[in-house]
Design a protein around this ligand. Sequence first.
Ligand SMILES: Cc1ncc(COP(=O)(O)O)c(C=O)c1O
Length: 313
Amino acid sequence: MPIQTTSKIWHNGTLIPWEQANIHVMSHVIHYGSSVFEGIRCYGQPSGSAVFRLPEHMQRLLDSAKIYRMEIPFTLEELCAGVVDVIEANEVAPCYIRPIALRGYGEIGVNPKGSPVEVYIANFPWGKYIAGHGGADVCVSSWNRLAPNTMPALAKAGANYMNSQLIRMEAEANGYQEGIALDTNGLVSEGSGENIFVVRNGVIYTPPLANSALSGITRDSVLTIARHLGMPVVEQALPREMLYIADEVFFTGTAAEVSPIRSIDRIVVADGKPGEITRKIADEFFGIANGLKPDRFGWLTPVKVNSSEPVTA
Ligand SMILES: Cc1ncc(COP(=O)(O)O)c(C=O)c1O
């Protein structure tokens, strides 16, 4: 889907016109993938709008930067304020927010230390990410997720998404909506841009972070919601075949939100309809995000923009 432009982008503490948010082709990030970024959603509320789990996302940005020895010259509070400022300046909500910190124009060698760190925050409208009404048809990818101690999976780094691109393109080339990657030991890891949950016999399972998965904020939200609803949840390594015999399978992610999976490798999950546990969790997740249920976990940061329409399941 083409990017829908807005008016302003936050750059190093200042709002600049969208068209002027450019970088030089010789910037370090272009050659060596040296960026860390976030994806955040702002949801419509009955009155106004609210960003979902803003501090947690910005803390993950700072964590990703720390792993790569990238010094970001802004505090958590300043980055969160930047997100609110750009949304209010553009008056676009609901929206998707894309903060990115990158190594800019400086030196050409691999060592990034001589290239300045630039921080940008953009926001724009973005609807549903995983297609498939009533559940997505997905495959297990022939590509593995990043091996431990190669590319750090806990850093949300631009370079990691070369692996994600391979997974996603292969899936779509073969007629699926998304791919599920295994880790280098053959255990279930995650989708190209989503964490994965499996339900079997009333227990909710998701792979632990040690299986090369990103520490998804939506993953954490679902774990929190499930525990709150009294549902048993287990973070444990999952063999591939658990996917085929599951009662329910769903993806979670900021872009994907809570997306049921209908089939994996053409093997239908249960009766092919979103299961009861998936529906209960999605209902609570969207209820909180859209301000229709109490913000019982303190996940919403209000912004002063009247939403055009709520982003819903
Ligand atoms: C590889 C990968 N895993 C998982 C997720 C889900 O993370 P979150 O829920 O924080 O968006 C994402 C999306 O950011 C992702 O790109």
